[in-house]
Design a protein around this ligand. Structure first.
Ligand SMILES: Nc1ncnc2c1ncn2[C@@H]1O[C@H](COP(=O)(O)OP(=O)(O)OP(=O)(O)O)[C@@H](O)[C@H]1O
Ligand SMILES: Cc1cn([C@H]2C[C@H](O)[C@@H](COP(=O)(O)O)O2)c(=O)[nH]c1=O
Length: 219
């Protein structure tokens, strides 16, 4: 049986994670791989209910530690019911955000200690870590403008989109720092330019890092 793979997409708001995840999924399926696409916070029915609590801002008043514990609770369910079973049966799992988002938003920006983050990662996702992280990078204002266009003029920003420009620039720096600290796992991809050009960069990175080949069809 082929070993499963776990690929995460990370980066600031609106940088193009979901778009690029969908494109990579389509390519991998064409090559004959089983692909599971998912996201955080959420990804399993129970975790999706916690996503609403987080993005509505209802958890914000409890502070960053409580928010982090809530994210870890959602992650534990998601890993147990979706991610681990898919990897174990040989699928390639593509996840829109994972532990690097917690390290950036709750850690670098929220002040939650690296020690607590590490402990919660071990509790929520024991033995499950990304084989590859595609870290999409663009100026924060570019991503926010894309996100606003997607939502439509007058749409209400979620709890994190509503933070100020300085927050989002610091967030970008935090993601870049994570990618630089773990070059074996992370590929920093320039997310500026046309969707197709970014997709080409992502594809090259994924093929090289994962050593992907055509699956035998038996035909
Ligand atoms: N390279 C690109 N150039 C222009 N627009 C893009 C590009 N990539 C994605 N978009 C558009 O920008 C918007 C945000 O893209 P997408 O939803 O993929 O970003 P995201 O990083 O997943 O967002 P979020 O952080 O909110 O989850 C969408 O409307 C998408 O069609
Ligand atoms: C996994 C994770 C996510 N967040 C934040 C980051 C985003 O603002 C939202 C998710 O919205 P998206 O449109 O699906 O990107 O949640 C976070 O703060 N901490 C995390 O661990």
């Amino acid at each position: 049986m082929t070993a499963g793979r776990f690929v995460t997409f990370e980066g600031g708001e609106g940088v193009g994670k979901s778009t690029q995840l969908r494109r990579l999924a389509a390519w991998l399926k064409q090559l004959g791989h089983e692909v599971v696409t998912t996201r955080e916070p959420g990804g399993s029915p129970r975790a999706e209910t916690l996503r609403n609590v987080l993005l509505s801002g209802a958890a914000k008043r409890f502070g960053p530690v409580a928010e982090t514990v809530l994210i870890a609770s959602a992650r534990a369910d998601h890993v147990d019911h979706v991610i681990r079973p898919a990897i174990e049966r040989g699928a390639i799992v593509l996840c829109d955000r994972f532990t690097d988002s917690t390290r950036a938003y709750q850690g670098a920006l929220g002040g939650v200690s690296a020690e607590l983050l590490r402990t919660l990662e071990q509790v929520a996702a024991p033995g499950v870590a990304p084989d590859l992280t595609i870290m999409l990078d663009a100026p924060a204002e570019r991503g926010l403008a894309r996100a606003r266009r997607r939502s439509g003029e007058g749409a209400v920003a979620d709890r994190f989109e509503a933070e100020d420009a300085a927050f989002h620039e610091r967030l970008r720096d935090a993601f870049v720092a994570i990618a630089r600290a773990e070059p074996e796992r992370c590929i920093l991809v320039d997310a500026e330019g046309a969707e197709e050009d970014v997709a080409e960069r992502v594809w090259r990175a994924a093929r090289e890092k994962l050593g992907l080949a055509m699956k035998e069809t038996g035909a």
